[in-house]
Design a protein around this ligand. Structure first.
Ligand SMILES: Cc1cc2nc3c(=O)[nH]c(=O)nc-3n(C[C@H](O)[C@H](O)[C@H](O)COP(=O)(O)OP(=O)(O)OC[C@H]3O[C@@H](n4cnc5c(N)ncnc54)[C@H](O)[C@@H]3O)c2cc1C
Length: 541
């Protein structure tokens, strides 16, 4: 079975490696029961039940295409909460008619031509970690072929003088890093989905990694590459910089499978750092914490990671951390030093040479002290580092206890961060109040810029009695928060992309002419609308 995680067996109806379990600690369950009520566990469908529902494929045989029912199930959905509800209930709706596994750019071109010849819709598929409905097939008269890039994972070339590496588009985070690390380099791109998401997917959906402060977003790392389209191959050569008109890489970045299939990705790499450390500081309250993180960003203190949790997120993280006695001692100490009720945890990283790191740490500590920050050393920072890719597994622990969790994200200018954050949280907190349901909502800022910040909000709620109610609750919550974002100068996505879930809000930030331009580009590359219908652009516009 091709799973996209090397030797690891990937879950068919949830996140990651089947062998990895992260459970909610017992007191964590009590903590949530008090906040939102006793959990409501829904019943899961089995893989066999789901496979029995897969209809016969409408595709004719092709050597690069699998029509196997299990392969089709495993490539039918991403990782959004509605995707989870579909996978857990077994009510998938539509399955792809087949999954293609090309190994070369020539085979991708062959599959494009075949799709045209047989009147087929195509969905490019990287790691399947989309949380915005990017890769789900839609009902329609055309058969749907999902085009998985999971066999194109190799480091093809490395230019050690220019620090540029060329990869197949299907390399996931561990595959990228292990091939680079063997040569003494890193890409430095670590989205929380790193275990499964791929280079092609990062570029196609404008991803941002946890250490974007040092290495940049994928936009800065993407040096060039190839996009296979129905109009031919669009190649962007690498230049350190260029004033030769609009940058064609921008047509590939964020194209979400609409314009073509990325067949090769060239990225800017860095030598492995001599040292990396993560630290935690507690700020006494949110206003001071917000000012402190803004000052760190605007003073360009050379940190590699910054993550500021608001007071509710801080409280939630400490409650779910396990080790209640040690946490109680820590809180006592923090309260004595002025960070009591309302405290906010800031985690930050330094990456580079020992000398640089010592200077950056000194600068950061001095600045944070001026805002009442209480420095707690590397212990909590190390915990964050150890668990940075384990958090997504907690969704299973929550599910088992009968809770649903989802996240949403945006970015806005500093002058608007607090306003937008409060409005998003209020919208989520209040949306189900009429039904007597409470929603536990908390936020962090984890990608900061001179002019503004991302806002990343998590919300936990109960599913209600059944899957239909669970989906209806999610639709109401997501709709309420998305409307607030669109109406209050937030981007509809800072890092998760548009997909189908965010597409109705895109016009607010692109404008009428902007939308028309994007549609004409889609028509130019894909005149018969075969690629990823409804993704990024709503097809009825
Ligand atoms: C638990 C979790 C944590 C996450 N954390 C982060 C995070 O920290 N930062 C972040 O940026 N995102 C995050 N995401 C979102 C997601 O991982 C990103 O959007 C990621 O970039 C998707 O990559 P993928 O390879 O899984 O792409 P897929 O989900 O397979 O596809 C996403 C889109 O890209 C297109 N696509 C994929 N490959 C190609 C290709 N070769 N050519 C053309 N189009 C292609 C698809 O058609 C689709 O439209 C998270 C998701 C989850 C579930």
């Amino acid at each position: 079975m091709l799973t996209g995680m090397g030797d690891v067996m990937r879950r068919w109806n949830g996140w990651g490696d089947e062998a990895t379990q992260v459970e909610l600690p017992a007191h964590g369950e009590a903590f949530l029961a008090e906040l939102v009520g006793v959990g409501q566990r829904l019943t899961d469908a089995s893989l066999e039940q789901v496979m029995a529902r897969v209809p016969a494929s409408r595709l004719t045989a092709h050597p690069l295409i699998s029509l196997d029912a299990e392969v089709r199930v495993r490539h039918a959905r991403g990782q959004s909460l509605p995707d989870w509800l579909a996978m857990r209930s077994g009510d998938f709706g539509v399955f792809p008619d087949g999954v293609a596994f090309p190994e070369t750019a020539a085979q991708i071109r062959e599959l494009l031509a075949w799709a045209q010849q047989h009147d087929v819709t195509l969905i490019p598929y990287g790691g399947g970690t989309s949380v915005a409905g990017h890769i789900n097939p839609l009902p329609g008269s055309r058969p749907v072929l999902t085009l998985s890039l999971e066999r194109m994972t190799r480091l093809l070339e490395i230019d050690e003088e220019s620090l540029i590496a060329t990869f197949g588009p299907g390399a996931n985070g561990p595959q990228v890093e292990s091939q680079l690390r063997a040569r003494g380099y890193t890409l430095g791109h670590f989205p929380q989905s790193w275990e499964l998401s791929t280079l092609g997917g990062w570029v196609a959906s404008r991803s941002s990694g946890q250490q974007s402060l040092r290495y940049g977003r994928i936009e800065q790392l993407f040096a060039g590459g190839k996009l296979e389209t129905f109009a031919g191959t669009l190649e962007s050569p690498t230049f350190p910089a260029s004033a030769a008109g609009p940058d064609l890489r921008e047509l590939v970045l964020g194209s979400e499978g609409r314009f073509g299939v990325i067949s090769e990705v060239r990225v800017r790499i860095s030598p492995l750092p001599e040292q990396e450390r993560f630290y935690a500081v507690f700020l006494p309250d949110w206003p001071r914490a917000l000012s402190a993180i803004r000052r760190l960003a605007q003073a360009r203190v050379p940190l590699s990671m910054l993550r500021l949790s608001n007071a509710v997120e801080t409280r939630t993280q400490l409650a779910l951390a396990g080790h209640p006695q040690q946490i109680a001692l820590l809180e006592k100490y923090l309260a004595l030093r002025g960070a009591g009720e309302g405290k906010c945890m800031l985690t930050f990283g330094v990456t580079g040479s020992r000398v640089q790191n010592a200077a950056s740490l000194k600068q950061a500590r001095r600045l944070l002290k001026g805002f009442g920050g209480v420095f707690t050393g590397t212990l909590l920072g190390r915990k964050w580092e150890q668990n940075r890719f384990r958090f997504p597994y907690l969704r299973h622990g929550l599910w088992e206890c009968g809770y649903l969790v989802d996240t949403l994200e945006t970015a806005t200018d500093w002058a608007n961060v607090d306003n937008l954050l409060n409005r998003i949280e209020a919208a989520l907190r209040e949306e189900l109040a009429g039904d007597g349901e409470r929603v536990h909502v908390f936020t962090h800022l984890s990608h900061v810029y001179g002019e503004g910040s991302s806002i990343y909000t998590t919300y936990v709620f109960r599913p209600g009695g059944d899957y239909t109610e669970a989906l209806a609750r999610w639709q109401r919550l997501k709709g309420a928060a998305s409307r607030v974002i669109a109406a209050n100068r937030g981007t509809i996505s800072h890092q998760h992309g548009v997909g189908r879930d965010h597409a109705p809000y895109l016009a607010v930030e692109k404008g009428e002419l902007g939308m028309a331009t994007l549609h004409s580009l889609a028509r130019h590359f894909d005149p018969e609308r075969r690629l990823a219908p409804g993704v990024l652009l709503q097809d009825h516009d």
